[in-house]
Design a protein around this ligand. Structure first.
Ligand code: GSH
Length: 321
């Protein structure tokens, strides 16, 4: 674990000293957008853009699911990093489960960042959307990448399914605003807290929001109603990891999600959508968290369980109808 400082890699852990033990996520720095206009700098074209992802990472996972649902697997290539993130950060070690860097055969993810910005200072995160024409990073913000994949390639693929429809925009935005701090980032705030108070604050927020969601799902198949939207995809990647990782490793252990009434069926509903199960890799997920965060789990031993059947029937087809 580390970061780039003026383009040089430094092996340092998150600094929580200045924030009373609270983990604070850094904002993404590359925030350009793909365009449907062929004259624009980042025009959408098949074969031109590439995703750098970790199969362990919930933020990267969102972009892989959208790539599947939007029929973009042929148009956008993928490089998967090794699940272990140690002194060199994310690596492309093929003997540790990486596909290798499919574009330039680099050894480390930080070299992707310095290829785009030689004097970059900041964290080296996945996902990254890379442009092979300008040899640079378009975006390293998963929420933005999700929106781009949702709309920029529609005329190329003919897939016009909209996961951020105008009619549901306000509802989706409202859910995203709740779920990001309380759930997506909430589990990290619990897990990376270095004071009791910071941990308990995050833990309480995580379960208050999960309780709220479980209640909502009693009468709504998905967050925004009976339509699957990006808000569900953003929530799903945290939920699918919860019992395997966040419950134990991040100490979010008031209960397992399996003990909720509706959340387990909701997870299976999304898991069973065509293309989604293939994006879920529990080997990478568990190895990454338990073996990379050596200050939380110094032995690096990876738990075998839990044994959850995400293919069991979800019985949610008629909810809310
Ligand atoms: N805001 C980013 C966050 C991405 C992120 O934090 N990814 C994690 C992996 S789950 C990462 O690469 N962390 C490396 C680090 O913080 O040094 C997004 O949503 O794309």
């Amino acid at each position: 674990m580390g970061m780039l400082v003026d383009g040089t890699w430094q092996d340092v852990w998150y600094d929580t000293d200045k924030s009373e033990g609270r983990f604070q996520r850094e904002n993404a720095r590359f925030r350009d957008w793909l365009s449907t206009d062929s004259d624009d700098r980042f025009a959408a074209e098949p074969g031109r853009y590439h995703l750098y992802v970790s199969l362990a990472c919930p933020w990267a996972h969102r972009t892989l699911i959208m790539r599947e649902l939007k029929g973009l697997t042929g148009a956008i290539g993928v490089s998967v990093v090794s699940p272990l993130m140690l002194e060199n950060g994310w690596t492309f070690k093929r003997n540790e489960g990486s596909t290798g860097d499919q574009l330039a055969d680099r050894n480390f993810m930080h070299q992707v960042y310095t290829a785009a910005a030689p004097d970059y200072t900041g964290r080296v995160t996945v996902p990254v959307l890379w442009d092979t024409h300008h040899d640079t990073i378009v975006s390293n913000e998963s929420a933005d990448i999700l929106r781009m994949l949702n709309s920029a390639f529609n005329d190329i693929t003919g897939n016009h399914t909209d996961y951020y429809p105008a009619a549901l925009k306000d509802r989706i935005d409202a859910w995203n605003d709740r779920i990001y701090p309380a759930i997506n980032n909430g589990v990290y705030r619990a897990g990376f807290a270095t004071t009791q108070e910071a941990y308990e604050e995050a833990y309480d927020e995580v379960f208050a929001e999960l309780d709220h969601i479980d209640g909502h799902l009693a009468s709504h198949r998905y967050l925004a109603g009976d339509t699957l939207t990006e808000a569900d995809l953003r929530l799903f990647t945290t939920l699918i990891r919860f019992d395997a990782v966040y419950h134990g490793h991040f100490k979010c252990n008031r209960q397992r999600l399996a003990e909720y009434r509706r959340i387990p069926g909701y997870i299976r509903d999304i898991y069973q959508l065509p293309g989604v199960a293939g994006t879920v890799n529990f080997d990478h997920i568990k190895t990454h968290y338990y073996a990379s965060h050596t200050m939380i789990n110094p032995t690096g031993v990876v738990p075998k369980g839990p044994a959850t059947d995400f293919n069991a029937p979800h019985h949610r087809e008629s909810i809310g109808r």
